[in-house]
Design a protein around this ligand. Structure first.
Ligand code: ARG
Ligand code: ZN
Length: 891
């Protein structure tokens, strides 16, 4: 059943204090919960409403008296006590079975240890509680467990007492001094070890920082610890926000549904975002750790101190915290191009994942109006588009104005559970601005399209920029109103330099932030000495699709000169995309039987193709421009992904897209061979591995060069990859070489794959890479994936492992997944159903691989529909998967 935002009502009772007692036993954990509650003066209801799921109720006492069965009612997951007194103490005892909890929500066992995950609605799987974020209480937690098996007992806040118990058990008592919603509760009872240190805070206090991992992983905690310290410092320096606890803990767990969780003082992380050393982790892994450690730490203020009133407001904390972690990562690099490279990464993520979501059956506003299962709304829209919305405030108000808004937000709402509107009002009030229209970014789904038309009047020396905005219909929202869009614009002169901008007689520097608020609006620049080349949407100032009829010459001019690195990159993407689309459609046309594509006929087509010199020259110029950071050059040379190309086609032909992209890569590999080899050598990073931005950029460019070289079949290039694979002293170079071998047009490298596995079989995160690399190789078909699933290291029960093989195949191997016989879709249905019985959240993510099924040929659609119907027709299906497949079938 669907839950609507408009139906929000205040909780009938508020909780002041919660005392929890845990007798931890994997097979039978007893939870004693004593809470003091008051009737909420803001509610007219008199009943107490508690939620509970998959727990066995043993006793319930109200103000000291046991309630018999007539005194309360349990309907589904709601326990209701009618006509309660104004002030009550409830004592509830329940039993749960952590070892058979495969959902990884609530209290569960991973590799013999206890962990919790309560966001969004996991706390109700631990005890009966008003499990909603606007009920904030103080927690006191007593943990009891076997001392030998679970020597470490952790919960939120401060350790107040610990000691021995009879029968080899021990206890620890934790008190969290801050009121919090139940979704921020956490406990860990485990055999773990930690890296720790005392860290000085800005106000003179010190805090104990700890990173807890399984024994044997202490050689992989340094970077997480360092990232935590950087995060604390950055929050102090950039926002004046301090750590409010004496102790801050990070715990890594191998079985985890998402990336990590910001539980107060006790962040619990997927191992993927904690464990790293040069031998096992790539540059991307290191960057991911810094970003996620920062993200969870920053939640302490944006999420925990100020939390969400209800789950429709999720982006209040997630969009804002993603924005903060993005700014953190950019500041950690510190240089302008470094910042730009992180920005380009963000744009790629939006195009790769968020724009498709906005254009598919699961499209929803940043602040959704309804949902069936809240876990389905931890999406790129709520997170990444939400971060773009926050960024737009900063673009519109300036850095200082934005900071004033943040300060007012904390001054007003510290300790409260609030809404996205409250955040917007703080921004508006702190700056004396009317941000009414800006609200549409929260309420309207879909990616706006901004069409730009320009006109230069030589006699009047004026330049007109006409911007027309539209937004496609999305499920439930046929009509859209104009958005308030900041459009940052610069004008390039013939010499490639920025022209000084003047609007309405006002000088605007070299980049003007235009505020597009109407459906159709024209801006006039005056004193423009010559026909300029417009650089529109600099720094990607809004999450929109910009359309403008650029000529190749204009794009090359921007690619060579734009002072805005993001638009400089963008010009290259436009040049590449035009060619990729042309090639893909040529391939598709020459062999229109798209549902039974004949690869060899298509290859014959390719042999007559050629990349034009304009494009190759443009790529060459960037590749060899030593004045540009290697990190930027790598981004500029990276082609749009297959799924970005697919989004531009009326009917998606995965094989044609793949062949077109491979062709461009191979042709670049051949035509720029000498330059690529030179860059390969020039960007080696000898000596000790370091994950600093400059070294990461060099490795990225070097390894991109290698992959282009290996895209064309040439013995010398392959030898280069093989040598790199043999001699690499870090995982970045190791994995890149293996990838070039496995994904290049070379014969697959079974020997290298085997050696890689043998060397790293005891490193779970590297085994994930090993599965993923094979799952996404163009030569891996469904039958091969099924074989890999029989490998002793494979299990569907571990989310990282399931994602690295099954989900990686369904979302990262378009050609094979969309095999004309529908075998990929049948496999998908089978795996969604199997996973759903174990872990609905993971199953539901996999289910979304079929989101855009209506964009394929009629024959493929037939197969996809059948697979969707097969899943939808299952008798026993989670809300999670049911919501996703029924929306796909309906829209
Ligand atoms: N709040 C966490 C984060 O972004 C995500 C946890 C979501 N978990 C879930 N099962 N829905 O940082
Ligand atoms: Zn978050």
């Amino acid at each position: 059943q669907t839950i609507y935002r408009k139906d929000y009502t205040a909780p009938s009772y508020l909780v002041d204090t919660v005392e929890l007692g845990f007798d931890l036993d994997p097979a039978r954990t007893i939870v004693a919960n004593r809470m003091t509650m008051q009737r909420n003066p803001d509610s007219s209801r008199r009943d107490i409403e508690l939620y509970g799921e998959d727990i066995e109720l043993v006793t319930i006492r109200l103000n000291g008296k046991t309630l018999d069965e007539g005194a309360y009612a349990i309907e589904g997951s709601i326990l209701r006590i009618p006509d309660a007194p104004d002030s009550v103490t409830l004592e509830i005892e329940t039993i749960c079975v952590p070892e058979s909890n495969t959902t990884l929500s609530g209290l569960y066992v991973s590799n013999g240890n206890f962990y919790t995950q309560c966001e969004a609605e996991g706390f109700r799987r631990i005890t009966y509680f008003p499990d909603r974020p606007d009920v904030m209480a103080k927690y006191m937690v007593m943990l009891r467990a076997d001392k030998e098996k679970f020597p470490v007992l952790l919960s939120n806040g401060n350790l107040v007492e610990e000691g021995e118990l009879p029968d080899g058990r021990h206890y620890a008592k934790w008190e969290d001094p801050f009121k919090k919603p139940s979704y921020l509760f956490a406990l860990v009872a485990a055999r773990l070890v930690c890296q720790e240190e005392q860290f000085p805070l800005a106000d003179g206090r010190t805090a104990l920082l700890q990173v807890w991992v399984e024994e044997g992983n202490l050689d992989k905690t340094d970077y997480a610890m360092q990232s935590l310290k950087h995060s604390i410092r950055w929050d102090e320096e950039r926002w004046d926000l301090e750590l409010d606890l004496d102790r801050f803990m990070i715990v890594a767990v191998g079985d985890f549904n998402m990336g990590a969780m910001e539980n107060k003082g006790l962040n619990i992380f997927n191992t993927k975002f904690v464990l790293a050393n040069p031998r096992v982790a790539t540059d991307i892994d290191f960057q991911g750790i810094e970003a996620v450690v920062g993200h969870e730490y920053f939640h302490n203020w944006t999420g925990n101190r100020v939390t969400c009133r209800d789950w429709f407001q999720l982006s209040l904390k997630e969009g804002l915290t993603v924005f903060r972690d993005q700014e953190f990562s950019a500041d950690m690099i510190g240089t302008d191009t470094g910042r730009a490279v992180t920005r380009i990464d963000q744009v790629r993520t939006l195009r790769q994942a968020q724009f498709p979501e906005d254009a598919g059956p699961m499209a929803h506003p940043v602040r959704p109006d309804s949902f069936v299962e809240i876990n389905n709304f931890y999406t790129v829209t709520v997170y990444e588009k939400g971060a773009e919305v926050v960024r737009m405030y900063q673009t519109l108000l300036g850095r200082e104005g934005f900071r004033k808004g943040m300060d007012l937000y904390f001054a007003r709402h510290d300790g409260q559970a609030v809404t996205c509107d409250d955040f917007r009002m703080a921004m508006a009030d702190a700056n004396g601005r009317d941000l009414t229209q800006f609200e549409r970014w929260y309420s309207q789904a879909g990616t706006p399209i901004v069409q730009a038309e320009t006109r230069y009047d030589e006699a009047a020396r004026t330049y007109e920029l006409r911007l027309i905005q539209t937004c496609p219909a999305t499920p439930g929202q046929p009509e859209k109103l104009p958005f308030h869009i900041p459009v940052a614009v610069g004008l390039l002169g013939k010499d490639g330099r920025d022209l000084p901008l003047v609007i309405d007689g006002q000088p605007k520097g070299s980049t003007a932030v235009l505020e597009l608020t109407e459906a159709d609006q024209t801006f006039v620049f005056s004193d423009v000495p010559e026909q300029p080349t417009p650089s529109i949407l600099r720094d990607f100032s809004a999450p929109v699709i910009l359309k403008h009829g650029y000529s190749d010459a204009e794009l090359v001019h921007l690619f060579n000169h734009d002072s805005d690195p993001v638009n400089r990159w963008e010009a290259g993407q436009r040049l590449a995309m035009a060619r990729l689309l042309k090639l893909a459609s040529d391939i598709a046309l020459k062999n229109p039987a798209a549902d039974a594509p004949n690869a060899s006929a298509r290859t014959a087509v390719l042999e007559q193709m050629n990349l034009d010199e304009v494009f190759v020259q443009a790529m060459r110029a960037i590749l060899v421009d030593e004045s540009l950071d290697p990190a930027f050059r790598e981004q500029a040379l990276l082609l749009p992904t297959e799924s970005m190309i697919a989004d531009q086609m009326d009917v998606v032909d995965p094989l044609a897209i793949h062949m077109a992209r491979q062709f461009v890569r191979a042709d670049i590999g051949v035509r720029l061979r000498a330059e690529l080899l030179a860059q390969y050598q020039a960007n080696e990073t000898p000596g000790e591995y370091s994950p600093d931005a400059a070294s990461i950029g060099k490795r990225a460019l070097k390894n991109l060069a290698l992959s282009y070289l290996c895209a064309a079949p040439d013995a010398e290039s392959l030898a280069l990859a093989e040598r790199q694979f043999d001699e690499a002293t870090n995982m970045t170079d190791r994995a890149a070489a293996l990838g070039a071998l496995v994904h290049g047009r070379a014969p697959v490298a079974p020997d290298a794959l085997q050696r890689f596995y043998d060397e790293f079989q005891s490193e779970a995160l590297v085994v994930d890479k090993w599965f993923m690399m094979q799952a996404t190789a163009p030569t891996t078909d469904v039958a091969t994936v099924r074989e890999l699933m029989k490998h002793p290291a494979f299990t569907l029960r571990n989310p990282n492992r399931a994602r690295s093989l099954v989900a990686a195949f369904c979302t990262g191997n378009a050609v094979q997944f969309h095999a004309p016989d529908g075998s990929g879709y049948a496999f998908w249905a089978e795996q969604v159903i199997a996973l759903d019985a174990l872990n609905p959240q993971v199953a539901s993510r996999l289910a979304r691989a079929m989101d855009r099924w209506r964009r394929y040929s009629p024959a493929l659609q037939e197969h996809m529909k059948k697979a969707l119907q097969q899943v939808a027709g299952q008798g026993k299906l989670s809300n999670d998967v049911r919501e996703v497949v029924s929306k796909a079938l309906a829209n």
